[in-house]
Design a binder for this molecule. Structure first.
Ligand code: ADP
Ligand code: ZN
Ligand code: MG
Length: 480
């Protein structure tokens, strides 16, 4: 039988902030375990939580950037459970009144598998703010707990079951991550656990309206793992249904090494979290005016930026996609393109040369020695004919190494393109004198030899002769 997959994602995103959600401890990854802790985030009795305004503001921004309705009145609730990663035995979260509800993220374009995606909006049920829990590490029969992560502000972004394939889920996550990064809300580095995703997936016969039984997949550590896990799960569930079996609601883990999901628990063992409003925390209120003020501070999102780049800089959709692949790169390109006579050239240099070198050296665009203005200057030197594209490559390499301006490099090394007809004619005469055989071939009617002479003249001029003038001078001399 043919099945359709129905997928909804629950994604946790750590909020970037100076301090934790309810105490003054640093919100910092990679510190010595259990050094960023205090009585509040360790759950000592008698302490009082103080909400982090920056984290609340960023959650509202996340909501606005994903087209959500922002709650004018919301509150924090206690979610009770007992586990070593949560010293208070409850997690401060939000239950029935989250900060953000009813938004959407647009997906479309080309999917991860290279197939076109349908243009559609994936609806968001809600975004709420909570505190992260400690990190458990298990090794050789021993378990360690690092409370540095306990209390870090964490958003949960819940989607409606609107996705129908692994590619759509991948595109949704990519869009979500872009929005978080562009909005300065979270860094979403999955390797650092700053973005974590649970996948809910069910199958239904094509044409059926009702959803099938939902399976929840946990422990997905990369977008690739999400993609693989969904494809695997679609296959696994279809096998069971095709063989006359039935599915039950369960939570499964994903083993990325083996490329398989495995049973973690069935619905019978579901928790009762006994949510209730946290009596230590005041409800949070916003006026329309507050919300409009926040809206006015929102940055331009990648979708809008891509459209602007295509329109104002006349670059291709594909180039625009590459330029906005990272917020810092987009800002860098934007600045360079503004002062370039031919912005398209700037995009070409970035995608063909700069990104390759940055990748090789594993450094970010902001650590690059070349400034946006310098790259623009280089492309201007090339488009005005002051240097050739070939020399441009050498100048670029030097710029990348030293951070010197292209004009200085050209001056120091005497690389200016030779556009003086007299000087070029001199090289042409020399090339003709040294290649009698090829001259004869040309005279015998073989036009391909002209290209050979262009090469010779370029060599004699050390690549500096203006190629168009070279062709003209050669024809003049050879046809004479
Ligand atoms: P629960 O009560 O188990 O938490 P929710 O209804 O709150 O379930 O949904 C949790 C997530 O599962 C959401 O992202 C939602 O879109 C998704 N979801 C709900 N039902 C299904 C289904 N039948 N198939 C796939 N995903 C689903
Ligand atoms: Zn603390
Ligand atoms: Mg739920």
């Amino acid at each position: 039988m043919k099945y359709e997959a129905v997928i909804g994602l629950e994604t946790h995103v750590q909020v970037r902030s100076a301090s934790k959600m309810f105490c003054g401890c640093a919100n910092e990854f990679g510190a010595e375990p259990n050094t960023n802790v205090c009585p509040v985030c360790m759950g000592y009795p008698g302490v009082l939580p103080v909400p982090n305004q920056e984290a609340i503001l960023k959650t509202v921004k996340a909501g606005l950037l994903t087209n959500c309705r922002i709650a004018k009145f919301s509150k924090f609730d206690r979610k009770s459970y007992f586990y070593p990663d949560m010293p208070k035995n409850y997690q401060i979260s939000q239950y029935d009144l989250p900060f953000c509800e009813a938004g959407y993220i647009h997906i479309g374009g080309t999917g991860f598998s290279g197939e076109p995606l349908p243009e559609k909006d994936i609806r968001l049920t809600r975004i709420h703010l909570e505190e992260d829990v400690a990190k458990l590490t298990h090794f050789g029969g021993v378990s360690g707990v690092d409370y540095n992560r306990a209390g870090v502000p964490l958003m949960e972004v819940v989607s409606e079951p609107d996705m129908r394939s692994a590619d759509e889920a991948y595109a949704y996550l990519t869009g979500l991550k872009e929005i978080m990064q562009y909005g300065g809300i979270g860094d979403c580095d999955m390797e650092k656990g700053q973005m974590r995703c649970d996948v809910n997936i069910s199958l239904r016969p094509v044409g059926q309206k009702e959803f099938g039984v939902k399976i929840e997949l946990k422990n997905l550590n990369s977008f690739r793992a999400v993609h693989r896990a969904i494809d695997y799960e679609i296959w696994r569930q279809a096998e069971i249904l095709d063989n006359g079996g039935s599915l039950r609601q369960e939570t499964r883990g994903w083993n990325d090494d083996q490329g398989e999901s495995y049973l973690m628990r069935t619905k019978e063992s579901a928790h009762d979290y006994r949510y209730f409003p946290d009596p230590d925390l005041m409800p949070v209120t916003f006026t329309d005016e507050d919300i409009e003020k926040i809206r006015a501070t929102l940055p331009e999102l990648p979708d809008a930026m891509r459209r602007r780049f295509v329109e104002t800089y006349a670059i291709s959709e594909y180039d625009a996609q590459v330029m906005t692949g990272d917020r810092n790169l987009a800002a860098w390109f934007d600045e360079a393109a503004k002062s370039a006579k031919t912005p398209k050239l700037v995009a070409n240099w970035i995608s063909s040369e700069l990104l390759r070198l940055l990748g090789e050296d594993k450094i970010a665009i902001n650590e690059c020695k070349i400034t946006p203005a310098q790259l623009a200057e280089l492309t201007n030197l090339i488009s005005s004919g002051a240097i050739s594209g070939k020399i441009g490559k050498d100048v670029f390499a030097e710029m990348y190494e030293t951070g010197k301006s292209p004009a200085d490099i050209v001056k120091e090394k005497g690389l200016s393109q030779v556009s003086d007809a007299g000087a070029i004619a001199q090289f042409v005469r020399q090339a003709i004198a040294e290649n009698a055989k090829q001259v004869a071939e040309y005279k015998a009617g073989n036009p391909k030899v002209l290209q050979y002479f262009v090469g010779q003249v370029m060599k004699l001029s050390k690549g500096k002769a203006n190629p168009q003038l070279v062709v003209g001078e050669l024809k003049k001399a050879l046809d004479a």
